[in-house]
Design a binder for this molecule. Structure first.
Ligand code: CA
Length: 471
């Protein structure tokens, strides 16, 4: 009798578990965030690029939405990624600088007070993979597998060599200086691997394989290509597509963007093959504006570039598809920010999930489906702590404060290139926005770690920066 009850109980549990699984399969969308690195705003077809065809990236825009006023929360790599992966302004937790590559420093990266999108999706039974550039800490406690991801394929530094024969360091402790981080062999979870492909192709391959392996459960892939960040390196396969571009830098850059586009094509084709297109959210964006002089990128009509709080530093190519909920061919003009991805995604999971920390992002889906008609954000804010640069956008007004220069106020609807400073004529608005900015800043922390700009000073204070510590 007892045995029968136990068998019955087990059976009930199995049935219950499979019902839950079936429900999740039916409704929890898969999520793929494709993050390009230092891609110029005008360097994708959907933003009018003519010399670099990006048919696959453009397909995301055609099947879903283009954000014409899509921003990131910072104008360089590390802090922008920290914002995206937490859904919070990164200065709330002191990530106001690019971190150094410091494998012995648990404080150099994303603080453990923060939850990542992978942490939260784990509560809804997702499997998560981080690919490519991490840049949120090189210490073992900050590794992607400690931050909610089930799998990782990539590197921990802020950039990397693209040709596998240049990856010669067996572990971070063989590094002698900051940029040696670019030469470490890739990590598959905690193990070093001998990669044989061009880096961008390798990352695309890993994404496709993960989709295949996880086709029966909800998955999240953070596909963080380091392309087209420097060093400018491309294979003949991609370079040969750009005989028409004579300028060497632009040509190599174009080839690198083309490799990313091919990767997006492979990912989309795999989703199609497995019938997953309808219920997979695919987001494409860059982590900051193009550094035009460094990598040959083009930010189009926007003023400034990577590192600036002008539009060229923070307004990025940004598109998203989710055929189940987002109408195809949508062009969305209200300002949105990379922080919104987190909030949008976690609102869609079948299992309700809560977050530990308050989010700054907004669930965009009701705005895209037409349920909500107002703007998702009253304000967007930026702070570049070391330079004492600030920006705030409210409606079409954008104010910029820079140390040592007068206040700037631009009307982005009339003046997309931020050329006509209206601050003298509209003093009241300047004062109000300054007050709003100060209020926002009062909620922020100063950076909690020394940044990339203090490399030498850090070395002097940490003579054992790259020495393997005994446990
Ligand atoms: Ca970047």
């Amino acid at each position: 009798m007892k045995l029968k009850v136990i068998v019955l109980l087990i059976l009930t549990q199995i049935i219950f578990a499979s019902v839950i699984q079936a429900q999740q399969k039916a409704t929890s969308p898969n999520v793929i965030i494709v993050l390009a690195d230092d891609l110029g705003n005008a360097d994708v077809g959907f933003n009018g690029c003519l010399d670099i065809p990006t048919p696959n990236i453009d397909r995301i825009a055609e099947r879903g939405v283009v954000f014409t006023n899509g921003y990131v929360s910072y104008c360089v790599c590390g802090p922008s990624r920290a914002g995206l992966i937490t859904g919070r302004y990164q200065d709330r937790f002191g990530f106001g600088r690019n971190p150094l590559f410091a494998p012995n420093d648990p404080g150099m990266g994303l603080p453990l007070s923060e939850e990542t999108l992978a942490d939260v999706l784990k509560k809804a039974n997702y499997k998560s993979l981080a690919i490519g550039k991490w840049h949120l800490g090189a210490h073992e406690t900050l590794h992607p597998l400690e931050r909610g991801f089930d799998d990782f394929y990539g590197f921990l530094s802020g950039g990397h060599q693209y040709f596998p024969e240049l990856l010669v360091l067996n572990d971070p402790f063989e590094a002698k200086a900051q940029f040696d981080g670019y030469k470490t062999k890739l990590l598959k979870n905690y193990d070093r691997v001998e990669e044989t492909e061009y880096l961008t192709d390798a990352f695309s391959r890993e994404a496709v394989s993960y989709i295949e392996k996880n086709k029966d459960n909800p998955f999240f892939i953070y596909l963080a290509y380091n392309a087209p960040h420097t060093p400018l390196q491309a294979t003949e396969k991609y370079l040969s597509r750009f005989e028409n571009i004579k300028e060497k830098k632009r040509k190599t850059y174009a080839a690198m963007v083309s490799a990313v586009d091919d990767g997006v094509g492979l990912v989309l084709a795999k989703l199609q093959e497995l019938n997953l297109t309808e219920n997979t959210i695919v987001v494409f964006l860059s982590d900051n504006g193009g550094p035009e002089k460094t990598n040959g990128s083009n930010n189009g009509v926007f003023r400034g570039q990577k590192g600036d709080v002008f539009e060229g530093g923070i307004r990025v190519p940004f598109a998203m598809q989710w055929p189940a909920k987002i109408p195809a061919g949508l062009v969305y003009d209200n300002p949105v920010i990379s922080l919104d991805i987190f909030a949008s995604v976690i609102a869609q999971t079948k299992t309700q999930v809560s977050t530990k920390n308050q989010l700054d992002g907004v669930n965009l889906i009701p705005y895209l489906s037409g349920k909500k008609e107002d703007a998702p954000h009253e304000y967007l804010f930026w702070r570049k702590f070391d330079a004492k640069d600030y920006a705030v956008r409210k409606g079409n007004d954008k104010m910029i404060l820079k140390a040592g220069s007068e206040e700037m106020l631009f009307d982005l609807e009339q003046d997309i290139s931020e050329e006509k400073n209206l601050s003298a004529k509209r003093k009241v608005q300047v004062n109000m926005l300054t007050g709003d900015l100060k209020k926002w800043e009062s909620e922020l922390l100063d950076p909690t770690f020394t940044g990339l700009m203090k490399d030498e000073e850090y070395n002097a204070n940490h003579p054992e920066r790259f020495k393997k510590q005994s446990k």
